[in-house]
Design a binder for this molecule. Structure first.
Ligand code: FEO
Length: 170
């Protein structure tokens, strides 16, 4: 595999694990506020990010690239209002989309179509991640100021269940 593409994919493993850590910290914030549904949403989000990291880890191994695991940064965002993590999540997903796009562009540059095909799943996933994050903000804008509505929204989010990624590597 092209050295640059391999490096970017290796870095992305770290970024995905950081994303998991960031989402776990958001779950932590909501748990502390007694909003177990919001916490559940972000705990599952954290698991999905671990899945993303593992898919990249496995893809590199399948292509005989040695993976180098670096330190995962501390999640250092501070949240005050209930809306704060939701906005931070959308910003973060937009950033991740830009990273995935950059890896894709690097793979296209060297005609690495195996990698672009692998990344197609992530391109679609980022579209979903951004939409979910944006929908959460809309719901909070609509219902967040009313205690009963917030209770119902929290109950709805408590119902989210984890599903393994639809992409499976051999
Ligand atoms: Fe791994 Fe939320 O993107």
């Amino acid at each position: 595999m092209d050295k640059k593409v391999a490096e970017l994919l290796n870095d992305q493993i770290n970024k995905e694990l950081y994303s998991a850590y960031l989402y776990l910290d958001m779950a932590n914030f909501y748990d502390d506020k007694g909003l177990d549904g919001f916490a559940n949403w972000y705990e599952i989000q954290a698991k999905e990010e671990q899945d993303h990291a593992m898919l990249m880890y496995q893809y590199l191994h399948n292509n005989d690239v040695k993976v180098i695991l670096e330190a995962i940064a501390k999640p250092d965002k501070t949240y005050k209002k209930l809306m704060d993590p939701l906005k931070a999540a959308l910003e973060h997903e937009k950033y991740v989309t830009s990273l995935i796009n950059a890896i894709y562009a690097a793979a296209v540059k060297v005609n690495d179509f195996r990698t672009t095909q692998f990344l197609d799943w992530f391109i679609k996933e980022q579209g979903e991640e951004e939409k979910n994050s944006s929908d959460m903000i809309t719901k909070m804008e609509l219902f967040g100021d009313d205690a009963r509505s917030l209770y119902l929204l929290n109950s709805e989010l408590a119902g989210r269940t984890y599903a393994a990624p639809s992409l499976v590597l051999d």
